[in-house]
Design a protein around this ligand. Structure first.
Ligand code: FES
Length: 574
């Protein structure tokens, strides 16, 4: 048997036998214009492309798919581009998160049912990253993740603009009467100016970086701006390398070990990454059979400082992060916290990949002795208001609010919040704590990014720019504020958040990792006995499947039936 025996390829089951079924497979490839020499004895590489005209972050993916194919041909593979569902953060309602598991399921089954020996996963826009990786991990087919790369920075009247972050900031100024309509309209033209995902340290920049820390990307690839020629060359390199992985049968679950997830959490904290990363990492680890608890995130947050000076926690954007040395330089700074022996898709260890990486601007990528924040990016809080845990990103909050006690102003859902938040009769003050219910995984549904709850206009006019806000929703990674998120269990299944009433005193103690509702146990028991769930929303379709199977935030919001378990058999080929 030669070192590279084509009969060992998964696709050989489709194409190699001398029978009527394989004749059909081969003749249909020829129908598409391929000759025997194009595919015979070659690994078939499925390029899973999340390009879509409705996905603003992936507009360059048609070109990139061609560049991947070039690399696959060069390395002696046979590329087939396969479109999969595109989760467009900007346009999907109620939220792209509602569909993350659907894409993951599509990816898993696409890889299972077709003659694919290796796959290039093309994603970047927020939920595409965890979804593609979750599906590929469950299918356990050799995979490389090709990151979309961040878009170029925005600019308005000479001022740098960051995705999301500066939209929120200027919206507050507009509400406060400090920005005219013309200025606001100019901002609309200026904030998103090229292909690529959001260029702040939002969920896309965070999750692609974490995919690299997990070993699933070519070294340094996740920081390359989408429109750089380097990005196109990286795509071809992905094509070449996946052919090697397909021959060598390097599968995701070989790479996705507990040590690799430790590395991802360390990286998340050093980046000041999106709070969404916690949910996604738990879900991704679950597909690899690894249980991550919320506590490990908090433990690591106490050991690793935020050193990426990138918005919303810092000053810069991803283009500048790349020029400062990018993810490899950041990883080198925190190497003492990493398991450097973890293998990666380029056949080298993480340690080998970051050896020699340099920081070229120590204000963008700080040394550990001059961090943006001494503590890591995200903390886990518990207390009688969130017995199963919740999340806050203190680096993105006004520090005066990190120890705070105030009266609750409760809104029963987002429609209620929208209708009443600006009602002066509520007479909210900067000390109030805004509480939103029914915004969790089941309640919203889809745990949308509503967690940066709006501040009343009349308080904005008084100069208030941050308040404590509590919900079972998520928050965009580009958002900021003293927002307590992912409160679990969620209110729509009767979690304590459902029992909060106007005027109840709530204590937030970020240092003590505590979120406490100052109401007696007897009173809470009484409220609980009178609490009733809302009517079921879905009687059929995906919504029904979602409602039956979705788990809570500390379990990653994956579907129960998609958690790691016995592998499905390879399909019969008759
Ligand atoms: Fe796609 Fe932000 S809209 S990453």
């Amino acid at each position: 048997m030669s070192e590279r025996d084509p009969s060992t390829l998964r696709s050989a089951r489709w194409f190699a036998p001398d029978d009527q079924r394989s004749f059909g497979h081969r003749s249909r490839l020829k129908q598409m214009g391929y000759d025997t020499d194009d595919f015979r004895n070659k690994p078939v590489i499925g390029i899973l492309n999340t390009w879509s005209e409705v996905n603003n972050c992936h507009t360059h993916f048609r070109d990139r798919a061609e560049e991947v194919k070039r690399g696959v041909w060069q390395a002696g593979g046979f590329p087939l581009e396969i479109p999969v569902m595109s989760l467009s953060e900007s346009f999907m309602k109620p939220t792209s998160m509602y569909y993350r598991n659907l894409l993951a399921l599509e990816v898993e089954e696409t890889l299972r049912c077709y003659p694919i020996d290796g796959t290039v996963l093309m994603g970047g826009c927020d939920k595409t990253v965890p979804a593609l990786i979750m599906g590929a991990t469950s299918a356990n087919v050799p995979s490389i993740f090709l990151p979309a790369g961040p878009m170029m920075k925005g600019c308005w009247r000479g001022e740098k603009l960051g995705s999301g972050t500066d939209m929120w900031r200027y919206w507050a100024e507009k509400q406060a009467g400090n920005l005219c309509d013309d200025g606001w309209n100019e901002l609309e033209d200026s904030i998103a100016r090229s292909p690529g995902h959001c260029m702040t340290m939002g969920t896309a920049s965070t999750m692609t970086a974490l995919a690299e820390a997990l070993g699933l990307c070519l070294p340094g690839s996740t920081s390359i701006p989408a429109v750089h020629s380097t990005h196109a060359r990286m795509a071809s390199a992905c094509g070449r390398q996946i052919v090697e992985l397909a021959w060598d049968q390097v599968k995701p679950r070989t790479l996705l070990t507990e040590k690799a997830f430790h590395n991802a959490i360390v990286t998340d904290m050093a980046l000041g990454g999106s709070t969404n990363a916690i949910i996604h990492l738990i879900a991704m680890a679950g597909r690899a059979g690894i249980k991550l608890s919320l506590d490990i995130f908090d433990e690591i947050s106490q050991q690793v400082s935020v050193i990426a000076n990138v918005r919303p926690s810092g000053d810069y954007v991803m283009e500048e992060f790349y020029d400062a040395g990018g993810i490899l330089a950041l990883l080198r700074q925190i190497e003492s916290h990493l398991h450097l022996d973890c293998p990666t898709v380029n056949g080298k260890t993480l340690g080998e990949n970051i050896a020699g990486a340099e920081v070229f601007d120590s204000d963008v990528i700080r040394p550990l002795d001059n961090p943006v924040s001494k503590a890591g990016g995200t903390f886990i809080l518990r207390g009688n208001l969130s017995p199963d845990g919740c999340v806050i990103k203190p680096t993105a909050a006004d520090t005066r609010l990190l120890q705070h006690k105030g009266p609750a102003a409760v809104f029963e859902d987002y429609a209620d919040l929208k209708n009443r938040i600006n009602d002066p009769q509520l007479a909210l003050t900067a000390d109030h704590i805004i509480v939103l219910q029914n915004a969790g995984p089941l309640g919203a549904p889809g745990i949308p990014e509503w967690g940066m709850l709006p501040i009343p206009t009349y308080l904005l006019e008084q100069g208030v720019r941050d308040m404590v806000r509590i919900s079972d929703a998520r928050m965009s990674g580009t958002s900021y504020g003293a927002c307590v998120l992912h409160v679990s269990p969620e209110s729509s299944i009767g979690g304590p958040l459902a029992l909060v009433q106007d005027g109840d005193m709530i204590e937030l103690d970020v240092k003590g990792r505590r979120l406490h509702l100052d109401v007696s146990e007897e009173e809470l028991e009484d409220r609980k006995s009178r609490w009733k769930p809302r009517p079921e929303r879905f009687s059929r379709g995906y919504g029904r499947l979602y409602a039956d199977e979705i788990t809570q935030a500390p379990e990653g919001c994956d579907f129960r039936f998609l958690h790691a378990g016995e592998d499905a058999d390879e399909p019969d080929i008759y």
